[in-house]
Ligand binder design. Structure first.
Ligand code: ZN
Length: 134
């Protein structure tokens, strides 16, 4: 069902300031910034090998990222696994009784289709499933 780790999501207070570390100090290339209105976040992707780091900054005080930082501070927010068919993966997990946040795919950055598994189902780790057309 899962192919690889698509990306690691990191919640940050300030995307530009974070890019100084990830892009300049670590030397990762940034493929550009994008606002995802549905999730009230501004994101930047920094590919590394077969995966990427996704930096997420809240664009609104009631963004899930703002709430996460308020509760836990900046840091790793989610792990995203790549799947070929998101509907099938969700149906399979549902049949296995896994608690989901999203029962239906929604739109993520770069037009990916994404859905979240509830962190209570995965030892406190917020898991994103991600289907990309490319
Ligand atoms: Zn993500």
């Amino acid at each position: 069902m899962l192919n690889k780790i698509d990306h690691l999501g990191v919640a940050v207070k300030n995307l530009e300031a974070s890019l100084e570390f990830y892009a300049e100090s670590l030397g990762l290339g940034c493929t550009g910034e994008e606002i995802v209105p549905e999730q009230k976040v501004k994101v930047a992707f920094l590919p590394i090998g077969e995966t990427s780091i996704e930096l997420l900054e809240a664009t609104d005080p009631d963004s899930p990222i703002a709430k996460f930082i308020e509760a836990k501070g900046e840091g790793v927010h989610h792990v995203a696994f790549r799947v070929d068919n998101l509907e099938e993966a969700l149906a399979e997990l549902k049949a296995k009784g896994v608690r989901l946040i999203d029962e239906k795919p929604r739109v993520g950055a770069h037009g990916a289709r994404i859905a979240f598994i509830h962190p209570k189902a995965s030892n406190g780790v917020l898991v994103e499933l991600c289907e990309r057309s490319e």
